[in-house]
Design a protein around this ligand. Structure first.
Ligand code: NAI
Length: 313
């Protein structure tokens, strides 16, 4: 697969375009919002700053990377000659279905169609298409130009050759693709992430600890090793008999609510919507928010620079 088309130049789409252009692919990018499209290259240029600062790319590589991205005024020019189209438009099933139906009439017979959906079933997106077997999920994590993992999701009809081709392409551009064999809500990562968030919110709700201390136990405790050892590796190192014994005692005690927590509902009702309004579980000043978000990519890249060479898988 050579030419990669990205539909949607928002938060995810422009970063995904950067990934493929950075690996030398010709990239096409389209967004129905002309401002989002026009600003994409400048946003990518800004994303490159921490890569340059850490010596992960040379200044003379910047312009050729940007030059490989062609901004397309419509869906037809986006699809023309594309070997893979990755859809990264708003998270809405009807919208996604509509563009997949349109794309089917515009792409070549061999083109693979992928969705970056966070939570919509790949089977539902592909429903009604004449060739649902070429539709696959490619769930990048934000920021996609930094986070290596991409979940590659097999819909009920996705052809095995499509899974293999997408896995190989992502590995070739330096990502860590993982195969998700069932089209489950939340795929792999969000299922685990939200199991943790449910318990974290429950501990605060029941007055067991402050939000600061709940976050600290992850950041300065078990979270520290998660970039190096996954949970199943950690269970193996601890020993599975011990893990079984802990589960016998602990699992009945964990939060297993089927609804969002009352504390979370109350915060949303009160308008405490998180960092963007200055109050969520924590209080956020604009300066603190800028510092945390501004440093994020550099911190993640530094962690990756240390961890990836030591990868033991
Ligand atoms: P966004 O709102 O930043 O960008 C979406 C872009 O799609 C907008 O620029 C919008 O103008 C454009 N768009 C909408 N309908 C269109 C159409 N019919 N044709 C062309 N362009 C269209 O959204 P974001 O965050 O980039 O999310 C995109 C997808 O990626 C969603 O499915 C989302 O669930 C998923 N995703 C988001 C993550 C995140 O952290 N934000 C993480 C992983 C996946």
């Amino acid at each position: 697969m050579q030419t990669i088309a990205i539909l949607g130049a928002g938060l995810m789409g422009h970063g995904i375009a950067q990934v493929f252009a950075g690996a030398g692919h010709p990239v096409r990018l389209h967004d129905q919002d002309s401002e989002a499209l026009a600003s994409a290259l400048e946003r990518i240029r800004a994303n490159l700053a921490p890569f340059l600062e850490l010596g992960l790319m040379a200044p003379e590589q910047v312009q050729p990377l940007l030059d490989r991205i062609q901004l397309c005024p419509d869906l037809a020019s986006l699809c023309q000659g594309a070997d893979l189209v990755i859809e990264a438009i708003s998270e809405n099933l009807e919208l996604k279905r509509r563009v997949f139906t349109q794309m089917e009439g515009l792409v070549g017979a061999q083109t693979i169609l992928a969705s970056n959906t966070s939570a919509i079933s790949i089977g539902k997106i592909a429903q009604g298409l004449s060739r649902p077997g070429r539709v696959v999920g490619t769930h990048f994590w934000n920021p996609p130009q930094v986070v290596p993992c991409v979940e590659v999701i097999r819909g009920p009809q996705t052809e095995p050759a499509v899974m293999d081709a997408v896995m190989a392409l992502l590995a070739a551009v330096g990502k860590k693709p993982v195969r998700v064999n069932q089209d489950l809500p939340g795929f792999l990562g969000n299922r685990m992430q939200h199991a943790l968030w449910r318990e974290a919110i429950s501990l605060v709700e029941h007055g067991v600890a402050s939000p600061e201390d709940v976050d600290a136990v992850v950041r300065y405790g078990f979270g520290l090793r998660l970039a190096y050892l996954g949970p199943l590796q950690t269970a193996d190192l601890a020993g599975l008999a011990l893990t079984r014994d802990i589960h016998r005692d602990l699992l009945p005690e964990l939060d297993c609510a089927q609804e969002p927590s009352p504390l979370l509902e109350e915060k949303v009702r009160a308008g405490h919507l998180g960092a963007k309004v200055g109050q969520g579980f924590h209080a956020w000043t604009p300066e603190r928010l800028r510092a945390v978000v501004g440093n994020r990519d550099k911190v993640l890249l530094k962690i990756l620079r240390e961890v990836l060479p030591r990868d033991q898988s």
